[in-house]
Write a protein that binds this ligand. Sequence first.
Ligand SMILES: [Fe+2]
Length: 171
Amino acid sequence: MLSIAHHFTETFHAEHREVRDLLLALIDAFTGGDAAQVRKLVEALSAAIGPHFRYEEEAMYPGLKPVFGAHYMDKLLSDHDDTIRNIRELAELAETAEVDTLGTIGENQAAWGIALVREILPHLSDCDGLSLMVETLPEDDVVHILATREVAREINADVLTWAGTLRARRV
Ligand SMILES: [Fe+2]
């Protein structure tokens, strides 16, 4: 049987892989200039990231604070701020492209969109490494993180909705 920490790590990696694949597909969609596909992928990205960010901020970051200290926790939160801003810009870009240019994305818009996506990528690979430290936490902390994840998934707010309502930090 898997330990709870191992179960967490597997779950965590799977979520990051899903986000990674959406981000890489988004780069392809921008390269192909397909506005409808971009919009679909941005929506899927926002939906996937919403509950993920929420349980990270509500349970995992507080659990990791004794390990990393407050300074790095601020850095992680501001990384989330950056990602939320980029997803908001990506959603606006997709909407504008669909309305203004009959479903095609121009070269400049595509380059901007790809730059926004690429800015998210390092946060994703950084975040994936945090499971290395979660594995050292007391089992109760890991159970709490997983329980908070379940609640966040039940509420299922996409990241832009969550950022505009329940999230304490405003970006
Ligand atoms: Fe993450």
